[in-house]
Design a binder for this molecule. Structure first.
Ligand code: ATP
Ligand code: MG
Length: 342
């Protein structure tokens, strides 16, 4: 069935590349967007300090991981200088903060979600029109933010692919984890996994570098090893494949779609960006038929655990449609924006 896919000629590749760069440039936050986020964070920091003088707000998630879109939300972790871990926190810190935030004229759509896996306060900052959420001691998320940021620094194509897959998830309605789908964090991990495994690889497994160092260094945060090779500027010294893959973003995008529709055996294997070895669902005792995505630091956490079978099929169908649209219809219609294609 797949062999009838049209051969991608040079003209089509150029067109797909243009779509990739268009999406990238349209979605990238401008310096004004970045400044707006910084000012909003400073405002919140000042406001929160009135209640908790030793509070620190730290941005994480896509605002800091290199894959932030223009209108991405603000993910904020609240910590206190006087408490080194969340376990030492006095009860009710988040609910007191919620009451305090309700008094602020500039904050609207305030929602306190106390019983979630990670309790949060959601808000809209009216003057900047930025939405976000505040969680307590989300330290591992701060670490995975740094890991993703390091990957995004390796090559511009990593960022382009990240923006494309996020846009794809949004346009195809497959990016809302609260509706049985996958989060944008999951899609970024799927993209990184593909870029580690394409030939030659575009990115290494940073958590397994330098290959010659045995044992690898360890850095423990909340009982997890969050070590990864951070010196991206010196990557060529420790990774022989650096810059060997010279494919264009469009070629990589089509290969990505092919990888997840044809090559990757999602019934038996796990999307795992921390390992150079293939990871079997069986060895993790994850008896699921749908995509399983391993958290890079919390190895027993399947980030795809909320994915329904129906949605899994729908996601694969979306990958297939995207692949056939990009390799045939795009040329026929001449449409040059991803949204236009859909
Ligand atoms: P977006 O631009 O769509 O907001 P994002 O990467 O910020 O992308 P969020 O859903 O806002 O995605 O999540 C914020 C951050 O929280 C992620 O970047 C990741 O660091 C962390 N995170 C999200 N979901 C999980 C999860 N299930 N387990 C661990 N960390 C998570
Ligand atoms: Mg976010």
């Amino acid at each position: 069935k797949l062999s009838v896919m049209p051969v991608i000629d040079q003209e089509l590749t150029r067109l797909i590349d243009k779509v990739c760069y268009d999406v990238y440039h349209e979605s990238m936050p401008s310096s004004i967007d970045v400044a707006r986020k910084r000012d909003t964070l400073n405002f919140l920091q000042r406001y929160v300090t009135v209640l908790f003088p030793d509070a620190t707000l730290t941005l994480f998630g896509s605002s800091m991981n290199g894959f932030g879109l223009k209108n991405s939300d603000m993910d904020i972790s609240l910590t206190f200088l006087s408490c080194s871990t969340g376990a030492e926190l006095p009860d009710g810190a988040l609910s007191s903060l919620f009451k305090h935030m309700k008094k602020c004229r500039d904050l609207k759509k305030l929602i306190y979600v106390p019983f979630a896996k990670v309790p949060i306060i959601k808000f809209l900052h009216v003057p900047s029109n930025l939405e976000g959420d505040i969680s307590l001691y989300n330290v591992l998320a701060q670490e995975n933010t740094k890991l993703l940021a390091a990957y995004s620094e390796i090559d511009e194509r990593v960022k382009i692919m990240g923006y494309l897959v996020k846009k794809f998830a949004k346009v195809c309605n497959v990016g809302d984890a609260s509706k049985g789908s996958l989060s944008s964090y999951c899609y970024i991990l799927m993209m990184l996994y593909f870029l580690q495994r394409c030939s030659p690889p575009v990115i290494p497994v940073l958590q397994a570098l330098p290959e010659s160092t045995e044992p690898l260094p360890r850095k423990i945060v909340e009982s997890c090893n969050v070590y990864f090779y951070e010196d991206i500027a010196s990557l060529s010294k420790v990774w022989p494949h650096h810059k060997k893959n010279v494919k264009s973003p469009g070629q990589l995008w089509i290969e990505f779609l092919r990888f997840y529709t044809e090559e990757f055996d999602s019934e038996n294997y796990v999307v795992s960006i921390r390992s150079t070895e293939l990871v079997l669902k069986l060895e993790k005792r994850w008896f699921t038929k749908v995509f399983a995505i391993e958290d890079p630091f919390v190895h027993d956490r399947n980030l795809g655990s909320g994915l329904t079978r129906k949605m899994n099929l729908y996601i694969i169908k979306a990958f297939r449609s995207a692949r056939s649209l990009f390799t045939s219809k795009l040329k026929a219609t001449g449409k040059q924006s991803l949204v236009g294609v859909y």
